[in-house]
Design a protein around this ligand. Structure first.
Ligand code: ADP
Ligand code: MG
Length: 191
């Protein structure tokens, strides 16, 4: 069964990451994007798979539709931000996120190219780190309206960097272009 496979794979991931599991549940914010097939269903499927793998969604933003970033010659994206609770370390969470992307059939393509699902770790507790594999807070966060708007909806006071609130980051960006609210979140037990 798929969900069992995912949860056993994620246990393996925790070992591979070689990091101690946090003793308390941590909060993380994840950015989700999809611009192929049934885009809304892809977002919800990712949430189920993440939950089965140990990153349980407790809050979700509305779904926004945004013009493609990077390559403009591709379908519009649906984007949303979710808050998850997890015992996975940030490194294990990245492995899990990539497993979910892979299992959902995301094939390697150009950066910012079309994809069934893109899952980015925006924030993880108050962790700051920059390695070749993983940068947290996500490096694109402060410039991307399609991530900041949904994040602001569920966490208006969160800091996306030292002394930079999501509110402040949005003030310097044009939020009127290329993005609109598409639907409310209508999946799972989230507020
Ligand atoms: P993007 O999300 O910018 O469109 P990709 O999804 O193709 O690009 O991600 C490219 C790589 O970015 C991933 O293989 C991953 O190792 C790396 N990465 C670095 N920081 C993060 C992060 N915070 N969340 C997700 N991936 C990250
Ligand atoms: Mg990504």
């Amino acid at each position: 069964m798929e969900s069992n496979q995912i949860s056993s794979m994620s246990k393996a991931s925790r070992c591979e990451a070689n990091e101690p599991m946090p003793s308390e549940s941590q909060s993380a914010y994840l950015g989700l994007g999809s611009n192929l097939n049934d885009r809304e269903a892809c977002l919800y499927r990712a949430v189920t798979m993440l939950s089965n793998a140990g990153a349980r969604c407790v809050k979700a933003s509305s779904i926004y539709e945004s013009e493609p970033f990077g390559y403009s010659d591709q379908p519009a994206f649906l984007n949303a931000v979710i808050k998850v609770k997890t015992f996975l370390s940030v490194q294990a969470l990245l492995i899990t996120v990539k497993e979910v992307e892979r299992r959902m059939g995301r094939i390697s393509g150009p950066r910012w190219g079309p994809r069934l699902i893109d899952i980015d770790i925006l924030l993880y507790d108050d962790v700051t780190l920059a390695t070749e594999e993983l940068t947290v807070p996500h490096p694109g966060l402060r410039h991307r309206v399609f991530v900041l708007l949904p994040l602001h909806e569920i966490a208006p006071r969160v800091n996306i960097d030292k002394d930079l609130s999501v509110e402040k980051a949005l003030e310097s960006l044009d939020t009127s272009q290329g993005i609109k609210k598409y639907a409310s979140w209508r999946y799972g037990d989230v507020r």
